[in-house]
Design a protein around this ligand. Sequence first.
Ligand SMILES: Cc1ncc(COP(=O)(O)O)c(C=O)c1O
Length: 363
Amino acid sequence: MDVRDLDTPALVVDLERLEANIAAMATQCREAAVRLRPHTKTHKIPAIARLQLDAGARGITCAKLGEAEVMADAGVDDILLAFPVLGPAKLERLRRLRERARVIVSLDDLVVAEGLAALGRRSGEPVEVYVEVDTGLHRMGRAPGEDTAELVERVAELAGLRVTGLLSHAGHAYGVRDPAERARLVDAEIEALTETRRRCAERGVTLDELSVGSTPSVSAELSSGAVTEVRPGTYVFNDSTMIDHHVATERQCAAHVLATVVSRPARDRFVIDAGTKALAADDQGHRGWMRVAGRPDLTMTFLNEEHGVGSLDPAGPGLALGDLLWCIPHHVCPVFNLFDRAFFVRDDLVVDVVPIAGRGRSQ
Ligand SMILES: Cc1ncc(COP(=O)(O)O)c(C=O)c1O
């Protein structure tokens, strides 16, 4: 089937670009001698995780237990849960997950550590943990230095746990478009992590692992020579945000929402059949929600649930009802949470229809 014959809106993955993105990141990590543990929240598809592992990734990262379970169902056996596991129901699911896979869990609180330690003692196999450090995103993690070192020391005292590393996520790199400024931000992240590790060592806790990574920061993190593991996720498809950050080009974007022009109510206005139900409401702070591949003259004005409303220059190349637009989402990860399946395409032909098995597994 030709991709242009798909009913829209449809989520389309260009296999050639996907494979190129996977290979490029694997090569970069191999050359830096750093373990690649991609975050699979971006795609939520076991077959793509398998491509990443076959290309050299050593394990994966998930935030949600539900997504980790889907990956373990498909045979992935080395998972970092970069999210605290709290409460008896989740601890029971973690217990079962650990019967099928090696699982490392990140945390930033002693209460979480105590629950994991109890699980480790009951199962006779200590739970491996990373302690998260706040290197500037101000989401999870204690402040670098003594604050984190004190927590690490107390976590390390718990029987049933094995604390092996520090974790940080430089998501604040998304706020910085200038590559030089981003490199300075990463320098500060690495300095915060290495200094924290030094203070942990002073308290008698040796940490071998430094786990970092987001797609805009990963190149600088790899060239720091200091980290042992990176967890980029978005690189697998790239998205409009990565183009804005000069991290990817339009031709390196492997996931599109194919949409149809359904209305041209004014000379300078068009409407497509993809709104927030297809492109996600998360525009990472930018207006626009997406860009149209090959059509820089088209800009989105607003998105409702079903309608994508855009503007165009009436003197430009034109647009007619029924025209197909290849929409590159601003933030690709939530888009993969909105579709039941993705169409895998090679040379404009649909070669596979793949369920997004981790979609909606938000617990
Ligand atoms: C903890 C953690 N690690 C890694 C990533 C991957 O970042 P990116 O999607 O920018 O590659 C994320 C993304 O949100 C994350 O939260």
